[in-house]
Design a protein around this ligand. Structure first.
Ligand code: CDP
Ligand code: MG
Length: 624
């Protein structure tokens, strides 16, 4: 102090204060701010309220805070559900900063295999899947005073089921004279009448948006390679536009995005006389520190390029975007009604998704959107996306509904009902897995009840529960954990132990954490955790018990066909089995690209299939 310098600690303090003041200033300047009073008033007066406002207007970060500040939490918890874990994590971090608290105290988040909340948490950002799991143990959701269902237009399978569950909790709490629960449904875009009617004619609050004009350019002709087209478009923009005008590219999935990011970085090195490019990927399974980078302001003299999945459509806001390049594609689960299994497939977006993507270019100033499809093609897009519940395998959801004692699934109060055939197929699958049995109605077996305790696909929980008969739960836990995270294998750019061994450290650590939690559930269920040593037969038999519906048989021509529907499939080139071609395999996932590929494989014997599911294979004849 004697030399007139301010001690470091004080300086830091005042920086923090500045930062906090800036955040408060930003909060006040959001489009939602003028509607604060009206919003609180509506939520006080009505049991359900629908809120519509442009992406970035402040719905997700501010509304929970407003309700909290107005005392609407009534000492209970305000839940904010998100279809995506990324959004739950990044937004809760932001809100914790705005509230000047450490994450996990007043503000926390809860996603599968990761719970960052404490008893003092009042604003809880969570995935819709997590709230659904909580509802199994507590269908009246007694811990919550307000449930905010965010991104309602996404209509994921969990959101749709949650709509019905939360609505039922509201009614039952009223009937039983318990404290009421408020429902707030939010989105940037939705079929308002449909939603309002479903939520007992809930009033709709429209927030004034801020949207600048956007010029839209279509491709002149059909693009056969949208990834290549997106790179060409990007570098056309890059060569002529000044720095600081950032670009957002919509592609479909992790591999594609990582490969685009790499190409962009490589090409950028060759270009002279243009601003520096900073390139970031953005997709759900990206670790949160990497996601957070996307939100940082672009360095002086640079251009930021974000290559994202549909996550950047409405659930997160990236600042500085001036140009949007829309591939017009999205990766979606597509249901195969014959096999009853889902297939991950790259498909066309719906018109409303294309509009949201375009909108991302005009948040702060007029912008430009390049659509990598022709105007005629755009006209053929469907208006809205079909709710996932009408196009996905329902086995997992039906199992959860049964665990909540909702026995007549077909009569459940869905906003849009799944087809009766899909429900029937799901029940049949669960019956084949011995999770349900049919008396007058379908009902959970003791095994099914145990299966519902795992936050996993029913096939995987069946595998875990079968492991005790084969004394190999140690190994099975490891396998299931690795199957539950993104690939632990990876191509090494530089030298460290993990890199040299082609291991993605982050995903490996996540797998360890998943394993720890699954082990805990097993211990609670008093399952003996034993190892089968070096013999892999028990492990593979165990996998067959869960995955017999995903088996394929080698044909003379060297291709495989699935036993469920005789669909022609191939082993993915990244598999060690690519060249060996065993007679029978199980697969975890089918991906449709140039061919239909099986991923995550296991070699099995045909007899094991008979042994584990004789009824299923009676007419399917593997090995004959
Ligand atoms: O939910 P909605 O799309 O209406 O907006 P939001 O997610 O609440 O975001 C409101 C504003 O907060 C955005 O415009 C961003 O500028 C800012 N924000 C941010 O800077 N960093 C975050 N991690 C989240 C939001
Ligand atoms: Mg939002």
């Amino acid at each position: 102090m004697t030399n007139g310098q301010i001690p470091k600690k004080m300086r830091l303090g005042s920086n923090e204060d500045d930062f906090y003041q800036r955040l408060q200033q930003q909060r006040r300047s959001l489009p939602i701010h003028p509607a604060r009073g009206r919003l609180i008033h509506e939520v006080q007066r009505h049991s359900s309220v629908i809120v519509i406002g442009e992406t970035g207007s402040g719905k997700t970060t501010q509304i929970p805070q407003y309700l909290y500040e107005a005392g609407l939490h009534r000492n209970a918890v305000i839940a904010v559900t998100q279809p995506r874990r990324v959004a739950a994590i990044t937004i809760s971090k932001r809100v914790a900063q705005e509230k000047k608290t450490e994450l996990g105290h007043l503000v926390g988040y809860c996603v599968r295999f990761e719970d960052v909340t404490t008893d003092s948490t009042k604003l809880k950002y969570m995935t819709d899947g997590m709230l659904l799991r909580e509802a199994i143990l507590d269908p009246l959701l007694k811990r919550y005073s307000v449930v905010i269902l965010d991104e309602a237009h996404e209509r994921t399978i969990h959101t749709d089921v949650l709509f019905g569950v939360v609505k039922a909790a509201q009614r039952q709490r009223a009937e039983q004279g318990l404290k009421h629960i408020k429902i707030v449904v939010m989105s940037a875009t939705m079929d308002v009448d449909h939603f309002s009617k479903y939520f007992n004619n809930a009033p709709v609050l429209y927030l004034e948006g801020r949207q600048y004009p956007i010029q839209v350019f279509y491709s002149v002709e059909h693009q056969t390679d949208y990834m290549f087209a997106s790179l060409v478009t990007l570098f056309q923009i890059h060569k002529k536009e000044p720095a600081q005008k950032d670009v957002l590219i919509f592609l479909t999935g992790q591999e594609e995005i990582e490969s685009a990011v790499k190409s962009i970085r490589d090409i950028a090195k060759e270009i002279t006389g243009a601003p520096n490019l900073v390139v970031y990927p953005l997709y759900s399974s990206l670790p949160s520190f990497a996601q957070m980078r996307v939100f940082q302001p672009t360095p002086e003299g640079c251009r930021k390029v974000v290559v994202a999945t549909n996550i950047a459509e409405t659930s997160v806001t990236i600042q500085g975007i001036k140009f949007v390049i829309d591939s017009g594609m999205v990766k979606a689960k597509v249901y195969n009604p014959n096999s009853g299994l889902d297939l991950l497939k790259v498909v066309r977006v719906a018109k409303d998704q294309a509009l949201q993507r375009t909108g991302r270019a005009g948040r702060e100033a007029p912008g430009i959107c390049y659509r990598l499809y022709t105007e005629d093609e755009f006209e053929t897009f469907s208006n809205t996306t079909v709710p996932e519940i009408q196009r996905c395998n329902l086995a997992s959801v039906v199992l959860q509904l049964l665990a909540m004692h909702i026995t007549d699934v077909a009569a459940f109060d869905f906003m849009d009902k799944p087809s009766p055939e899909a429900v029937k197929k799901a029940l049949e699958q669960l019956e084949l897995l011995s999770a349900v049995e049919k008396r007058e109605r379908y009902k959970l077996t003791p095994l099914g009840r145990q299966m519902a305790a795992f936050p996993l696909d029913p096939r995987l929980s069946k595998v875990i529960l079968t492991a005790k008969d084969f004394q190999c739960l140690e190994e099975i836990l490891t396998i299931v954990s690795v199957l539950s995270v993104d690939s632990v294998l990876f191509t090494p750019p530089n030298k460290q132990w993990c890199h040299e061994n082609f291991i993605d450290m982050r995903n490996m650590k996540t797998a360890q954490e998943v394993r720890r939690q699954l082990k805990e559930i097993c211990e609670r269920q008093e399952l003996p955790i034993q190892s089968c040593g070096r013999d892999t037969v028990p492990i593979r038999k165990c996998l067959a018990a869960g995955f017999f519906m995903s088996a394929a048989e080698l044909q003379r021509e060297g291709e495989y066909v699935t036993l469920s529907t005789r669909k022609v499939v191939s082993i993915h080139p990244s598999s060690v089995l690519f060249r060996c071609k065993p007679g029978y395999v199980l697969y975890n996932e089918l991906t449709q690209t140039s061919k239909c590929y099986m991923r995550d494989l296991c070699v099995i014997d045909a007899e094991w299939l008979y042994d584990t599911a004789p009824n299923y294979f009676r007419n399917k004849k593997p090995g004959r």
